[in-house]
Design a protein. Sequence first.
Length: 470
Amino acid sequence: MEQNYQEVWKKCLAFIRDNLQNNSAFATWFLPIKPIQLKDDTLIIQVPTNYFYHWLEDNYVDLLRSAIRKELGAKGRLEYIITIDTTEPYGVTATGYNKRETKNPEITFPVPDKTPFNPFVIPGIRRVRVNSQLNEKLSFDNFVGGNCNQIARAAGFAVANDPGKTAYNPLFVYGKTGLGKTHLLNAIGLQSKIKNPDLTVLYISADQFTQQYIDASKNNSANEFTSFYQAIDALLIDDIHKLSGRPGTQDVFFNIFNTIHQQGKQIVLSSDLSPVDLIGIEPRLLSRFKWGLGAELETPDVETRIAILNKKIHENGLEISDEIVEYIAYSVSTSVRELEGVLISLLAQSILNKKDITMEFVKQTVEKIVRNAVRDISIDFIMKTVSDYFSIPIDEINAKTRRREIVEARQLAMYFSKKHTKASLSSIGQQCGNKDHATVLYACKMVGNLIATDKRFKEVVDDLSKKITG
C-alpha cells in the first residue's frame, strides 16, 4: 500500500521526538516543518528559511536521515523546499518563522549524503529551483526587431545563449519608457532557461529588490538576503535607476554584483538612463555598469512600428487594413506601449460598441489616446500628415524631382520638423528626401517668406499646423 507523505512525516516526527531529549528544540526546529510531497523514495519538506535549513544540516542531519530511512528504507532521501515569495524571499517575518504556505515554494535543497566523501563534489546544495518571475509572453519570438533595437536584441540573445561567458557582462539596456526594456529582460531570462533548464534565473524590479532588502534588514536576515542573490546564475534587474539615493541598497547590491561577476555568472540591468546620465548612484557602481555593454533602445521607426502592429493584430485575431495600420504607425510614434494601447482600445470599443474598425473610428480613437498622452511629434508623423494633406505618397515627397507641388510639400515637412522636433538639421534633411542641412535651412527660409507674402499659402500652413499639433 502506497504511503501518504503526511503519514510518513508524522511517523518521522514521532521517531525524532523519542530520540530528542530537548522538547524546546523539537518545537523550535521540527514542528514548523511542513511535508509537501512523497516522490518515489524521497520525502520533500518545506522549511521557513535558509538559516533554518543550515541549522538542521549542522545539528540534526543524522537524526533526520535515520528517521527517513526507518520509514522509507535504505534508499530513503529527504529534500528541503525553502519558502520564497516576491516580497519576503526567505519567509521570515518580524514575529519569527513564517509558517504560511506560499504559492511558489521553489528553492529546493536536498539533505546531502556525506558518505562516501568525494573531494571533487561540493557538498551541500545539489540543485536550486527559484521561481524566476518571468513572463512567458515576453519572449524573443514576440520581440519585434528593427534598427531601433538591433544591438540590444543581438546582445541579449548572445547573453541568453551563453550567460556569463560573453563580453556583455553586465548587459546594460537603457531607453525611454515603453520601448521594450522589460520585454527584452524577460526574453533573455526565458531563452536562458530554454538553453539550460537547470540555470537559476531571477527577474526582479529594483523596487522589489529594495523592499526585500528593507524587510531582510528589519528581520536581521541581511546575510541570508545577500547569500540568496549571490547564488543566482542570471540576475535580471529592471529599472536599476530606482536605486538612486538609496546608499544601503546600493552597498548590498555592490557586494552581490561583485560576487556574481567574479563567479562568471550573468547580470542584466535596465534603466531609463545610460550609466553616464545616472544621478544618485555611487561611482563604484557606475564604473561596474560600464564593464560590459551599454545598449540603447531607441524610439522605433515607422517600419518597425508597422511590424509591431501587424504582429499584435495577428496575435489578437483582428482584421485591420494596411491603410489603417499605416495611419496608426505614423500617428503614434512615442512608444511600443502606446501602440499596443491603441490596439487594445480599438478591440475593446469594437466589441463593446459593436463597431467595425473603420478609418473614421480609428482616427477618433487615436486622437483621444494621443491627445491624452504627452505629445511627442516625430518627423515620420509630420511626413505622413503632409503626405495625407496633399495626397502625395511619401516616396514621391522624398524623390529627386523638381516638380513644384513635390518641392513645396518637402519644404513644408522640413519647416515643421525644425519647428516641432529636436532633430538636427542633418537628421531632418536625411529623412526628408536625403538632403543636406543647407537645403533644410533654405526650405525653412522659403516657407517663412511665403507665409509673410502669400495669404493662400499661410492658410495651408495654419491648417497643417493644427493637424500636426492636434
